[in-house]
Design a protein around this ligand. Structure first.
Ligand code: UGA
Length: 431
């Protein structure tokens, strides 16, 4: 099939490349010419394991193309995926749909034959209706269907999530567009995965309701972790014990520094905002947002307590600063609040992250180190902030080379008993 992905961000680039890998002709289009030039040289602007190899192979074989000419790309294709960003509108907490509607207007002027217009961007309920209204001018009659096909890819696992999906959700009311989408996904839904056909509005809401539910699960275990800390129980045991009940499941029950990233914070806020418009009170999600926002403050107080209320001139090492492992993404990472707050309290910060240094931390008091060893030496406190694999088997004493130091493991990668036996002052989350 001939496919056009508009927007070469995370969603568009990963999905477009995977569609090409499945044998389709794909054009990834973007107004950002610099990005398109880079992609035409197979320089990948994001960090995603396995993506570069896949882009190179499909580009070489001519199935994957990059273009900054959006109109031509649309004309050449049968299925158009809208994959542009929908960031939070800071004033209203709504999803900002400016880019989605800009793209819709370009599509409106380039419908040279029947095309399926798909929203893959995360968009609030009724966005599909609005897109349809914009496209529905006289000359476009019977030339399009607008459908919703939300993506459920996790950063760092995106290619596997695409190729082996738990589900493919397609929201449309026409048989024709549903058949086209079913055909497109056939190579991966054959692998016994589920293709779920529903209404367009339902598909739009499934995405938000899923992300908000996962954010709730994480926040729930984080609050249980607070109780565990006070009652001398290990939250990991609670998560295992709960997860054995198949109705609950063991995934997304890892207590930690709170959820971050480009999706959960943005989508929980946008869902509440949509509900407000429909005069519905999503009190649970509102509480989740509040609890997660408060978590950074709680962690700063905990660090202060671990350091006996003395952070002045203390050398603190961050192992990992991204919001999770397997990505270079800093968006809404807990470190963005915790590090500046420690600086204000007089601490000196070293950090190491496998995905490299971060512009956002350009300050005299924050130093990026090229390896774990340089980051840890002489530190008063090591904070394991992100669960990168290379932090899972460290010899802390050898790394710090100092008699007295502490470890705060925000991802519970280590066992408290083992740490105690090694005489290391160790602190975890919910234990
Ligand atoms: C999330 C969803 O998992 C995807 O299904 C969805 O497609 C994507 O958002 C999106 O809307 O585009 P992602 O943001 O890549 O994916 O990251 P997750 O792996 O879901 O983690 C989100 C946050 O929750 C991270 O800060 C992570 O550290 C935290 N988390 C996750 C926990 O604290 N505990 C857990 O048990 C799991």
């Amino acid at each position: 099939m001939k496919i056009c992905m508009i927007g070469t961000g995370y969603v568009g680039l990963v999905s477009g490349t995977c569609f090409a890998e499945l044998g389709n002709q794909v054009i990834c289009a973007d107004i950002n010419k610099i990005k398109i030039n880079q992609l035409n040289e197979c320089n990948i602007p994001i960090y995603e394991p396995g993506l570069e190899e896949l882009v190179k192979r499909n580009f070489k074989q001519g199935r994957l193309k990059f273009s900054s000419n959006i109109s031509t790309s649309i004309k050449h294709s049968d299925i158009i995926f809208i994959c542009v960003g929908t960031p939070t509108n800071k004033k209203t907490n709504d999803a900002n749909l400016k880019h989605v509607f800009n793209v819709t207007n370009i599509i409106k002027n380039n419908l040279n034959k029947y095309k399926v217009i798909v929203t893959k961007s995360t968009v609030p309920v009724t966005t599909g209706d609005k897109i349809e209204k914009i496209l529905n001018i006289k000359k476009n009659k019977n030339k399009f269907d607008v459908i919703s096909n939300p993506e459920f890819l996790r950063e760092g696992e995106a290619i596997r999530d695409f190729m082996f999906p738990d589900r493919v959700v397609v929201g449309t009311s026409t048989k024709k567009s549903n058949n086209i989408m079913k055909n497109l996904y056939l190579p991966i839904i054959k692998k016994k995965n589920r293709y779920f056909h529903t209404s367009r509005r339902a598909a739009e809401l499934i995405k938000y309701a899923s992300n908000a539910f996962l954010a709730t699960k994480i926040t729930y275990i984080n609050e249980v972790a607070n109780l565990c800390e006070k009652s001398n129980i290990d939250v990991k045991d609670i998560a295992i014990g709960m997860g054995l009940d198949e109705r609950i499941g063991d995934r997304f029950l890892r207590a930690g520094p709170g959820y971050g990233g480009s999706c959960f914070p943005k989508d929980t806020r946008a869902l509440v905002s949509t509900a407000n418009k429909f005069k519905t009170d999503l009190s649970i999600i509102k509480t989740v947002i509040k609890s997660n926002d408060a978590r950074n403050k709680k962690l700063i107080l905990r660090i202060n307590k671990i350091m006996s209320n003395n952070l002045e001139n203390k050398k603190i090492t961050f192992l990992g600063v991204t919001f999770k492992a397997g990505t270079d993404d800093m968006r809404e990472s807990p470190a963005l609040n915790i590090i500046p707050s420690l600086i204000r309290r007089g601490s000196i910060i070293n950090y190491y992250d496998p995905s490299g240094s971060k512009d956002i931390f350009k300050s005299k008091k924050i130093k990026y180190c090229k390896n774990i060893k340089d980051a840890c030496i002489n530190s008063d406190l090591l904070i394991i902030h992100t669960e990168w694999n290379e932090f899972k088997q460290l010899n802390f004493k050898k790394l710090v080379q100092k008699k007295s130091f502490k470890v705060f493991d925000m991802r519970n990668l280590y066992t408290p008993d083992k740490m105690k036996k090694s005489n290391i002052k160790y602190f975890g989350i919910g234990r």
